[in-house]
Design a binder for this molecule. Structure first.
Ligand code: UDP
Ligand code: MG
Length: 345
């Protein structure tokens, strides 16, 4: 079981929304303007856990201001550096107290208004609700590359996710508790959650263009992330490589026999030298690829056994030990809520 921390004190909200933030200052105001009304309209108690993944821009100040504005439903986890979107989400899971935990991106590509639909689907008894983007609003190359990766992952893992790149998802407490027990250094949250879910479902959601700023993923980080997904959930690439190695050995053994026979029947031959070169270079390429592939796994094992902290939390901005009364007031009309804040300060 996860160790109860100070963050687990107080009364639990029904819904926790977990949002990783990395240099999103330009779009945060727009996010708040849509997120809070969407959640106020839910009719359930909620909390929003923002994780600042080492932003170098104004994000921290904006998040702190927002915390002061809505401290009863806002918590902010501040990392001391950039550990990546998935680590930020894991830290959010650790801090989240809700029964239903929803993740979404901060750039408004995932409309906050869809949270209600996810929660409604969860209430039908599912413990994992994924989402499929009706029309993905990303560049053509990313959409195509992501479709190809989706198909590859479908073939070599047992994970059944239609649209893996989308973070707008809901998970039940049982799934989150299991994720919190994992110490994986490189992981892919939706896939990890899927492996723990007993009753998964998917719904179709809208997808919008990034509201402000630019994608935080470079081509390199996207490749790394996809390697995390493949190596983290499948050994098939290694097995395929062993198979390929066996086939190539059989092939080259046949070639050696053929060349030997020719040597005895026809005598010394010099033809076919460049063919041999071509074959040798091809095999060298295959070997290098194989070493690289093994390296991807070994490198991750190395990171894992070093057992350094996966991320470092600098501070958590939160109201300590919320009382039941406060939690009830959370769903009270806005005017009342503001009065309470004024009287407290
Ligand atoms: N993000 C993060 N740390 C990172 C990269 C991204 O917390 O190192 C956050 C980012 O702020 C956003 C979400 O992860 O909330 C998705 O990032 P982005 O929109 O750049 O990814 P894309 O939509 O291009 O896949
Ligand atoms: Mg985005």
């Amino acid at each position: 079981m996860p160790v109860p921390s100070a963050a687990n004190a107080g009364v639990k909200p029904e819904v926790s929304v977990v949002i990783p933030i990395y240099n999103e200052a330009a779009g945060l105001a727009q996010l708040f303007a849509r997120l809070y009304p969407a959640l106020d309209a839910l009719g359930s108690s909620y909390e929003i856990v923002f994780i600042n993944d080492g932003s170098a821009d104004d994000s921290v100040r904006i998040l702190a201001d927002q915390f002061r504005l809505r401290p009863e439903v806002t918590r902010v986890v501040l990392f001391n550096g950039n550990y990546g979107q998935h680590m930020a989400i894991l830290a959010g899971f650790n801090a989240a107290r809700g029964e239903i935990i929803v993740t979404l991106d901060a750039d408004l590509q995932n409309p906050p208004e869809e949270i209600g639909n996810l929660v409604a689907k969860m209430r039908e008894g599912f413990d994992y609700v994924g989402s499929i983007r009706r029309k993905r609003q990303d560049s053509a190359w990313r959409t195509i590359a992501s479709k190809l990766m989706n198909r590859l992952r479908e073939k070599i893992t047992r994970i059944k996710i239609t649209d893996q790149g989308n973070m707008l998802r809901a998970y039940r407490r049982n799934v989150i508790d299991l994720i919190n027990q994992c110490g994986e250094v490189n992981t892919f949250v939706p896939a990890l959650a899927y492996t723990f879910s007993r009753k998964p479902a998917e719904i179709v959601v809208e997808h919008e263009e990034r509201a402000a700023g630019e994608s935080k993923y470079s081509l390199y980080s996207l490749i790394r992330l996809n390697f995390d997904l493949i190596t983290g959930f499948s050994l098939v690439p290694l097995q395929m490589f062993s198979m390929l190695g066996m086939m190539l050995s059989i092939g080259s053994a046949a070639l050696v026999i053929l060349l030997l026979i020719r040597r005895f029947l026809l005598g010394a031959e010099a033809e076919g030298l460049f063919t041999l070169f071509a074959i040798a270079f091809f095999l060298m390429g295959v070997i290098l690829f194989g070493i690289g592939l093994v390296g991807e796994y070994v490198g991750r094992i190395f990171q894992q056994v070093r057992a350094r902290p996966r991320y470092v939390v600098q501070t958590i901005l939160q109201q300590e030990g919320m009382t039941e009364q406060e939690l009830l007031e959370q769903n009270a009309p806005r005017g009342q809520r503001e009065q309470r804040q004024v009287s407290r300060s």
